[in-house]
Design a protein around this ligand. Structure first.
Ligand code: PTT
Ligand code: SF4
Length: 623
């Protein structure tokens, strides 16, 4: 089989230790079976990592993976999957970042770049078409992600730039990769993997055309798509508030994370709402490349230590650094958000660690001596910023906090583990699930740990009925995972045109046809998605041969402590119901009661090589 478009057909391999690079041909069978992005990343990690590889060792792979739609002139196509074995969870890890680097990687002639080894000294990797070189990072090392972005943008005009902040250099386990002031990706510590390779930045610039099987048709369809997006009913409101509209919605639904997910409503929500942002703080708007529904809401901080500075705000950042810490002053939310961006650390995990420490301090499990005299208090932005500095600098107890909430709680004891809000080691993003067993299941079964990106099931569950416990409900959740975590993470484009503005999925089948010349219908695409989910699950199981369904459970807090406020006061999750939903999930996926893919399932998706790998790791598979 030959590739006639869509994929560039080339994979860039960079070995930092040997300072060598090669371009390999992409296997067309892999392209058609796994599409791109997350699919390629999972295959590379499965094929090339020995089980038990230290994620921060030179052997780990830092993968930048585009897909067959990335970079073309079609709605919101400037996205890139960044992946590696996660230092935070020890399992499969990835994130999706909107960046010029996505477009430039493809223009440089590559679908994927795989970086191995560790540079002998802090370096910048520069990829300009076929020329690939390592430059000394010099005094960029130690600088904030924003400063590095600006300095490199001046030197490499028009290039795509990925950077880490000091948090990534110091291997904070939830360090992210950042780009263009306000884009961040790789929640499970992909920024720490980049730091462990001594890479401060990656600069990418390409001059080639991205090949398409039918370029005229693709260009025409792209234009039509932009028009449809522009004319969507919800467009105008989306352009005003973007994801920030979710604060009010979550408050009304009783699902706004508050005081370390103890409650789902926050008295001070109006101080941090989308409307407040729009009225009092928003000064500009920007977005990812190739997007005409730009949602980067740029805000100016008015008071506090960063007054006068600007920062982009999204819902997850706002809830985790706002209501979840009891903060109702937007100035402090923006300050913490900017600090996280400068240091290159994930806002969701940061918010979760800060909330956990505040609660542990309240309960006398952590002393203020450990916290350098800081006395964390709900709603107190100043003390939160001081703790964040300890984390980013790995100072004193900051060493323990920088390991993420799961390890931190483990070090304190079993009682603390009950309110450590994570699944598989990844901190939970901003939806309280006391009343939402389906959304809790989405967190429980997400392929990277507790993240909402694979199934933002909450809206659908609320509409259908939170109390419903049925196979159909779980079936809908899996359908959602196929589209979001399967298709969009493999294609690779932004999912928001579809989610927020109802941009019809059939557009994507048309784009794929014009780009690749191949006829993918949604049955094919769902099958690809299921193949990817099985491969990713197999990766996790190979790393944890004694895998058990407990790995897919949300934290005790949601089962044990009912809400005390709001419309759902008194409610909590029920373990029996969660277990029933989980069993439906495994059954539909063709996994056994432990959550391990059955042999027959792996065969069905052409993953026979996975069977051998799992058995070699000592996993007993069910027929
Ligand atoms: C994403 C996660 C999110 S999801 C947010 S806000 W969100 C947080 N953003 C952070 C940030 O900013 N700075 C920081 N230091 N840490 C941050 N951590 C959090 O990271 C993002 C948008 C958003 S905004 C969302 S929902 C959608 N996510 C998509 C996705 O996952 N896939 C896809 N195909 N399309 C998507 N479109 C939307 O993109 P992670 P971005 Mg992100 C400052 O990276 O690891 O996936 O975690 O990439 O370019 O910032 O766009 O209410
Ligand atoms: Fe980026 Fe927002 Fe556009 Fe998606 S909708 S591509 S996140 S600017």
């Amino acid at each position: 089989m030959r590739i006639s478009g869509g994929w560039t057909g080339r994979v860039l391999r960079v070995d930092l230790e040997k300072e060598k690079h090669t371009a390999q041909n992409l296997d067309p069978k892999v392209a058609v079976e796994l599409l791109g992005g997350r699919g390629f990343a999972a295959k590379i990690l499965w094929d090339e990592l020995e089980p038990g590889t230290d994620p921060l060792s030179p052997e780990n792979r830092l993968i930048l993976a585009a897909g067959p739609l990335t970079g073309f002139a079609l709605p919101s196509s400037g996205k890139l999957v960044v992946a590696a074995k996660s230092p935070l969870t020890g399992g499969y890890g990835d994130g999706n970042i909107g960046t010029k680097a996505a477009v430039q990687l493809r223009k440089a002639g590559y679908d994927v770049a795989v970086v191995t080894g560790r540079a002998p000294n802090p370096s910048v990797l520069v990829i300009e078409d076929d020329e690939v070189k390592l430059e000394p990072a010099g005094d960029l090392w130690g600088k904030s992600a924003e400063e590095v972005q600006d300095e490199l943008a001046e030197r490499f005009e028009g290039a795509g730039i990925l950077t880490i902040g000091p948090g990534g250099e110091r291997l904070v386990k939830f360090a992210v990769i950042t780009s263009e002031h306000g884009r961040a990706g790789g929640r499970p510590g992909i920024g720490a993997v980049m730091g462990s390779k001594n890479l401060k930045a990656i600069v990418i610039k390409g001059t080639k055309d991205i090949p398409a099987a039918n370029p005229e048709e693709l260009a025409e369809l792209g234009k039509e798509g932009y028009k449809v997006v522009r004319e969507a009913d919800a467009y105008e409101f989306w352009m005003r508030q973007g994801t920030m509209m979710t604060v009010e919605w979550c408050q009304k639904q009783g699902t706004l994370p508050t005081y370390n997910f103890r409650e789902g409503v926050f008295d001070g929500w109006e101080g941090i709402s989308g409307a407040t942002m729009e009225r009092e703080f928003k000064v500009a708007q920007k977005g990812c490349p190739n997007c005409n529904m730009i949602c980067g809401m740029v805000n100016e901080i008015k008071t506090g230590p960063m007054a006068g500075k600007r920062t982009e705000l999204d819902y997850e950042n706002c809830a985790m650094l706002g209501s979840n810490l009891g903060i109702d002053d937007m100035n402090w939310v923006l300050t913490l958000n900017l600090y996280a961006d400068e240091q290159g650390i994930d806002t969701i995990s940061l918010g979760s660690v800060l909330a956990f420490v505040t609660e542990a301090y309240e309960l006398g499990m952590v002393s203020d001596a450990k916290l350098e005299g800081i006395r964390p208090k709900w709603g107190d932005g100043e003390s939160m910023l001081r703790l964040a500095e300890m984390i980013a600098e790995r100072r004193g107890f900051g060493e323990a906090m920088a390991e993420g909430v799961a390890k931190l709680a483990e070090g304190i004891g079993p009682e603390a583990q009950k309110f450590a809000m994570h699944v598989k080691g990844l901190e939970i993003s901003a939806y309280d699930c006391h009343t939402l067993p389906g959304m809790a299941l989405a967190y429980g079964t997400s392929p990277i740990g507790a993240h909402h990106k694979d199934a933002w099931f909450i809206a659908w569950e609320i509409k259908m009925g939170r109390e419903i416990v049925s196979r159909e409900k779980v079936g809908r959740l899996i359908e959602m995972q196929r589209i979001r975590g399967g298709f969009f993470e493999a294609a690779v484009t932004c999912r928001l045109p579809w989610i927020e503005l109802g941009f019809d999925l059939e557009w994507y089948a048309k784009y794929l046809k014009a780009a690749t010349g191949l006829d993918f219908d949604w049955r094919d695409l769902n099958r690809i998605a299921d193949r990817i989910y099985n491969l990713v699950r197999a990766f996790w199981v190979r790393e944890n041969p004694d895998w058990d369904r407990k790995m897919d459970y949300p934290p005790d807090r949601w089962f044990e402590h009912p809400l005390t406020k709001g419309p759902y006061a008194g409610q909590k999750l029920d373990r029996g119901i969660y277990d029933q939903l989980l069993s439906y999930y495994y059954d539909i996926r063709g996994w056994d009661e432990r959550g391990i893919p059955k042999k027959s399932t792996l065969k069905e998706f052409g993953l026979e090589y996975v069977i051998d790998g799992l058995e070699a790791a000592g996993v007993k598979l069910t027929e």
